[in-house]
Design a protein around this ligand. Structure first.
Ligand code: PNS
Length: 362
């Protein structure tokens, strides 16, 4: 593990052999700083490094010009390695190490009037600490309005779209590691976990199976809405779509897998009954439908009008699919696959493999 850039570039950092910490891999660390640099200036900032371990994130920030970093690390062994690393890089004067649990440190910092521009959080995986850490930072007023928090997490512990004033603005995935960037938005309600301000959209469909065309719509939609629920209809109202190839649960599992890198911004679910009732149940005010050609329009318009007739407070938004997906339809993909044609490029790899299984081409 080395410092990647800045005044201490190339310095080797100790990770503490056998320590119960998971040092951020250099690749993920590089990606994290690229995400930050695309929106924020690290220079002359005051930062907080929670679950600091050997201090790799805070030290990288100091090397790139941060004015000061407070490191919070509970374990004595890790704090010792952290202090050695600071010494080695010559950053002792700009660093403050709090060897105590994160919650206590946040309370102490708040009490002392500390306000930081950014927070790194790298909690141990598998202990439910992602949500707890976000809630703790949101509850203690240590992050300035407009400040950022970047949290590293296991992809199975996806962070929520918002927590208190913290709002998820970017999510990336690197293997099993996810990075989520939150911004402290003064316009968000202050109550922790109050999600009434979130604009949640439902993207319903048969998705038998999900195609790259569908995923293109989802990826565009998460740039506009806080959370998108890709909702698999157990029954479709289109008479041509009877007799699906995949069960609803199989379709949901394939979608979940394809969306794992959105950090919880897009999730998969299934529903039966009326779509508008489902929207009310999950608190969504928006239905998204993808439009390809003009031929889609009449059916879509009828559905939108019928849904509005039933629930006028729910709006339907139509999104144009990307140009290269104009001809991608699950129905055609299945037919071509059955008859031996090549559909690999039209589907996520896992879906492609399952489809070949289903049509007996393996
Ligand atoms: O991808 P599809 O198959 O065209 O999706 C159609 C879907 C699932 C959105 C539509 O059939 C639907 O909303 N079904 C749920 C039942 C319902 O609400 N029907 C009334 C629609 S106006």
């Amino acid at each position: 593990m080395r410092v990647i850039a800045g005044s201490a570039k190339g310095r080797r950092l100790g990770a503490g052999r056998g320590m119960a910490v998971r040092p951020t891999a250099d690749k993920v660390k590089g990606a994290l700083f690229n995400i930050l640099a695309s929106r924020f200036d690290i220079d002359a900032t005051q930062l907080l490094d929670l679950f600091a371990g050997s201090g790799a994130l805070g030290i990288e920030a100091l090397s790139r010009g941060a004015a000061a970093v407070t490191f919070v690390e509970q374990s004595a062994a890790s704090a010792r390695v952290l202090r050695e690393n600071l010494q080695r890089c010559g950053f002792n004067a700009q660093a403050h190490v709090l060897q105590m649990p994160v919650r206590r440190a946040l309370a102490q910092l708040e009490h002392g009037g500390a306000r930081v521009d950014g927070v790194f959080a790298d909690p141990p995986y598998g202990h439910g600490l992602v949500q707890q850490t976000l809630a703790a930072v949101a509850a203690h007023a240590v992050l300035k309005p407009g400040g950022w928090l970047v949290i590293e997490h296991h992809v199975d512990e996806a962070p929520p779209a918002s927590c208190g004033t913290l709002r998820l603005t970017q999510a990336r995935r690197y293997g099993k590691t996810g990075l989520a960037l939150f911004v402290a938005d003064e316009h968000m309600p202050a109550a922790p976990q109050d999600d009434t301000q979130i604009v949640r959209a439902v993207y319903p469909g048969s998705f038998d199976p999900i195609t790259n065309g569908h995923l293109d719509v989802v990826r565009r939609a998460v740039t506009v809405f806080d959370q998108v629920i890709v909702a698999v209809a157990a029954t479709s109202s289109d008479p041509h779509k009877d007799g699906s190839l995949f069960t609803a649960d199989e379709r949901v599992a394939l979608i979940r897998d394809a969306l794992a890198d959105t950090g919880g911004r897009a999730i998969a679910d299934k529903f039966s009954g009326l779509l508008v009732d489902y929207c009310d149940r999950v608190g969504a005010r928006v239905i998204i439908r993808g439009l390809r050609a003009v031929s889609d329009f009449e059916y879509e318009f009828q559905m939108a009008m019928m849904n509005r007739h039933m629930k006028p407070h729910i709006e339907t938004f139509f999104m144009a699919a990307g140009a290269k997906h104009f001809y991608t339809a699950s129905r055609l993909v299945k037919q071509v696959a059955r008859l031996g044609g090549d559909v690999r490029e039209l589907l996520p790899e896992a879906v492609y493999r399952r489809l070949l299984d289903k049509v007996g081409r393996k």
